[in-house]
Design a protein around this ligand. Sequence first.
Ligand SMILES: Cc1cc2nc3c(=O)[nH]c(=O)nc-3n(C[C@H](O)[C@H](O)[C@H](O)COP(=O)(O)OP(=O)(O)OC[C@H]3O[C@@H](n4cnc5c(N)ncnc54)[C@H](O)[C@@H]3O)c2cc1C
Length: 440
Amino acid sequence: MQNNKPEKSVIIVGGGWAGLTCATELVRLGYKITLLESARQLGGRARRIAFDDQSVDNGQHIFIGAYRETFSLLKSLNISLTNTLDRRPLNLLFQYCGGKKFNLRLPALITPLNLFVGLLSAKGFSMKDKMRALVFGLKLFSNSLFQENDISVSELLNKERQTENNIKALWEPLCLASLNTPIDEASARVFVRVLHDTFCRSQKDADMIIPKVDLGILLPDPASDFIEQHGGTIHLSKRVTSININQRHITDVSCDNETFKADHVVLALPPHACLPLIKDHPALHDIAYNLNSFSYNPIVTAYVKYPASVRPNQPIQAMLGTTSQWVISRDVAGQPGLIAVVISGPGPHMQLDNEQLEVTIKSELANCFPHWPQADSIKIIREKRATYSCRVGIDLLRPDNKTRINGLWLAGDYTKTFYPATIESAVLSGKHTAEQINLT
Ligand SMILES: Cc1cc2nc3c(=O)[nH]c(=O)nc-3n(C[C@H](O)[C@H](O)[C@H](O)COP(=O)(O)OP(=O)(O)OC[C@H]3O[C@@H](n4cnc5c(N)ncnc54)[C@H](O)[C@@H]3O)c2cc1C
């Protein structure tokens, strides 16, 4: 849908999913876009990398059915969701190595019946566990778990009298997977919002989704084609080193000795990359102060290559009591035998070097899946600042997209979307920013 407004120019700094969404929406509206990305490729924290002769991602990404804005963006680029995403009803298996198993499956019933029946028929939990989880689910559905004053997820779970099984085999792994923050620090406000939007809106929102293609094919490739076909320009390896402001108006941005001018500038960067660009401008001091208070958590992904005969029945399973947390089969991505092991959040594993971590992961897999043959090779990817820490009170630090400087906007998963650092939050922020620019 083209605008009738005179063509305006927008510089987007950062070619992650937030920047790409914003650029896509704006070229569609007829804006002249220049996207500046410091890396040699687009995608940011959700990008493709090579492992031997295969394409994988810098970290195994899982989507859920509630990623409505992400799916709508992909559809708008004519990307077939069926061809690119493996989507299944929620079926979570949590297991202690060689020991107790817990299984939560949601039946094909309307919400919230699916959650209640799923909780009552979950395997491995006692009747007391189930009743406590059910009461929690009822409160979630009736919105009575929303926290006016934020507390930690562990405080919330204790307040709601969740049993040890429920905490260890359900809420803790879900919190770490969705907020990448340990339950003692994680924001209950954000966690409750995630659970609510996953389990209390529509049955399909709880679906578990694994991309069948690498993340580059999913968005950066089609989005960059779309942007360029609509007259936009993308510059890779262009690091923006300063933004220039004149009397509360953004004028241009500089990359070493080159300057780019535009009517609007969107900084689609993580807080730590945004901070040096805004911190010296008095009108942006309050935002800079908040961005300086963000902290970050790592995610480690180990891609472990087995013979192609290793094809777990369950594409996603959680390991309990081990360093390895999630075991995801890349079979759905046409890579039989390739297993992604994910370790979210901080922990003693970050003190291990890659060789030690490889030994730990391989021996945990050998213990938990004794019928698998020996692994052929392994690649470890550490993203030290994978996400901001979604800790208690985080909502108060998250900035709006609009700033006090005319024409200067902020986008990115950390802005005020109220979701944790996820693809959906990045896409939502990019879309909202484009909509607000179009209203000016
Ligand atoms: C290992 C890992 C696993 C994850 N798993 C999941 C998951 O399962 N599900 C999920 O939903 N989310 C997951 N996430 C989170 C998700 O990837 C991020 O929330 C999302 O990609 C953030 O996008 P963004 O555009 O906000 O920021 P970014 O991706 O950080 O994009 C910012 C871009 O700006 C560029 N840049 C930085 N400084 C400059 C500069 N000065 N000039 C120009 N360009 C600059 C960067 O190179 C980058 O490309 C995971 C993240 C990681 C790292």
